[in-house]
Design a protein around this ligand. Structure first.
Ligand SMILES: Cc1cc2nc3c(=O)[nH]c(=O)nc-3n(C[C@H](O)[C@H](O)[C@H](O)COP(=O)(O)O)c2cc1C
Length: 176
């Protein structure tokens, strides 16, 4: 299967990008493409801009990446309990072109943060709203205390229990 993977963060040092990249290495039997949402730059969404210029091409390019994938792997960064502005903006523009942003694809949703909460709030938000956007969440997993549980130099999770949980979350992709 073709898996499209990305972090819902625009940080160049994104820990969610590290996590999603590691998770991608565990999907040995699939082709994984990791994209960076910085490659889909768009102005802050406004109805005025949309009326004047329409939806930017980058939104269509993002939607087409999703359309070409068989499944999605997303790791959500949390800002104040919510999506990062960067992902919300990309998502809002994309939804103006196609409300079914996730296009019936199975989605494995991850999240992490440096704190013990592991960005659970945004993960819940993403999971609970996915059906509005035609997404089927096959599994979700939050990794707490990123710097305690992830070896940044090796680019991998340390804790065996979390590795096992991640592997079983990823295995749900095979059942779709
Ligand atoms: C504006 C802002 C708000 C944040 N709010 C939260 C939060 O609500 N919960 C949380 O766990 N971490 C929060 N953090 C810390 C982020 O989890 C941390 O910056 C993390 O590295 C973001 O993920 P990323 O590196 O993938 O972008 C916040 C950080 C910023 C800059």
């Amino acid at each position: 299967m073709n898996i499209l993977a990305f972090a819902a963060s625009n940080s160049r040092k994104s820990i969610n990008k590290s996590l999603v990249t590691y998770a991608g290495t565990l999907l040995e039997n699939h082709r994984v493409e990791i994209i960076d949402i910085n490659d889909y730059p768009m102005p802050i969404y406004s109805t005025d801009l949309e009326e004047l210029h329409g939806v930017p091409d980058a939104a269509e390019q993002f939607l087409s990446k999703i359309s070409n994938a068989d499944a999605l792997l997303i790791s959500f960064a949390e800002h104040n309990g919510n999506y990062t502005v960067a992902y919300k903006n990309l998502f809002d523009w994309a939804s103006r072109m196609n409300m079914k942003v996730y296009q019936s694809k199975p989605v494995v949703m991850l999240s992490t943060s440096p704190g013990p909460g592991g960005a659970k709030s945004v993960l819940e938000l993403a999971r609970n709203s996915a059906h509005f956007f035609d997404g089927t969440v096959s599994a979700s997993l939050s990794i707490p205390s990123f710097y305690d549980n992830f070896d940044v130099d090796k680019g991998q999770l340390i804790d065996e229990g979390l590795i096992a949980q991640l592997k079983s979350a990823l295995a749900t992709i095979d059942t779709h």
